[in-house]
Design a protein around this ligand. Structure first.
Ligand code: ADP
Ligand code: MG
Length: 211
C-alpha cells in the first residue's frame, strides 16, 4: 500500500555528495513548511546502528552473503520501526541510501545474484518503495579524491579497490526505473540542491508552502 507521506532517497557512490545534499534538502524542505525525518543507511535504530558499526569497521572481514543479510537486517528494522510509521503518519522521509545501494554494491560490487538481492530487499522493506530516488552520478575516482581532500577516515567499504569503486560508479550511472532521477554529482552543491528540489516538487507539488 502506498503511504500518505513522501519518501525521498539520495543515492550514489562514496564521496558523491549524498550527505551534503541530504542536509541541504532537509533545510529547504523545512523552509517550505515540512520538516523531514532524516535517516542514513545502514542505521536509524539502535540495532541498525550496531549493524552499521559491524559493517563499516575497517578491520572486519565479511563474507558477501553475510554482508547482504546485515544490510538487509538493518533495513528491515529501520523500515518497520521508523520509515513505515512515519510515512503512514504523513511525514516526509529523507534517506541517505536505501535499496538501490544493495542492488549496486551487492550485485555489481560483490557479484551476488540479482534475484537474491531483489527478494532480500522486498522482504526487508515489505515492498515499501521510494517515491523519488535521486542518484548522484560521479566519474570514477572523483569521490576518492574528495574524501582524501577532506581527510576522511576511510571505513571498510571506502577501502575497497579502485576497480570496485569504478564498477560502483558505472553501475549508478546506468540505473533507471520508476522514480529514479539522475543528477550530475560534479555540479556545485547549490546547483545540485536546486535540481533536487525541482525533482521533489515535481513529485509532490502539493506539499510545500509557496516561497
Ligand atoms: N557538489 C559538490 N562538489 C564538490 N565537492 C562536494 C560536493 N558535495 C560534497 N562535496 C564534498 O565532497 C566530500 C564528500 O561529500 P559527502 O556529502 O560526504 O559525500 P557522500 O555522503 O556521498 O559520501 C565532502 O568533503 C564534501 O564537502
Ligand atoms: Mg555520506
Amino acid at each position: 500500500m502506498p503511504a500518505p507521506g513522501l519518501f525521498v532517497v539520495v543515492e550514489g557512490p562514496e564521496g558523491s555528495g549524498k550527505s551534503t545534499l541530504v542536509r541541504a534538502l532537509a533545510e529547504r524542505m523545512t523552509s517550505a513548511g515540512r520538516e523531514p525525518v532524516v535517516v542514513r543507511e545502514p542505521g536509524g535504530t539502535s540495532v541498525a546502528e550496531s549493524v552499521r558499526q559491524a559493517l563499516l569497521e575497517a578491520d572486519h572481514q565479511v563474507a558477501p552473503v553475510a554482508e547482504l543479510f546485515l544490510f538487509l537486517a538493518a533495513r528491515a528494522d529501520l523500515t518497520a520501526q521508523v520509515l513505515r510509521p512515519e510515512l503512514d503518519r504523513g511525514r516526509v522521509v529523507l534517506a541517505d541510501r536505501f535499496t538501490l545501494s544493495t542492488e549496486v554494491y551487492q550485485v555489481v560490487g560483490r557479484g551476488l545474484d540479482r534475484n537474491l538481492v531483489a527478494a532480500g530487499n522486498a522482504a526487508a522493506t515489505g515492498g515499501l518503495k521510494p517515491d523519488l530516488t535521486l542518484v548522484l552520478d560521479l566519474p570514477p575516482g572523483v569521490g576518492r579524491e574528495r574524501q582524501e581532500a577532506a581527510g576522511k577516515a576511510l571505513d571498510r567499504l571506502d577501502r575497497e579497490s579502485g576497480d570496485f569503486h569504478d564498477r560502483i560508479c558505472r553501475a549508478y550511472v546506468a540505473v533507471s526505473g520508476p522514480g529514479i532521477v539522475h543528477l550530475n554529482g560534479t555540479w556545485t552543491a547549490e546547483r545540485l540542491l536546486d535540481a533536487a528540489w525541482t525533482a521533489v516538487r515535481n513529485v509532490r507539488p502539493d506539499l510545500w508552502r509557496q516561497s
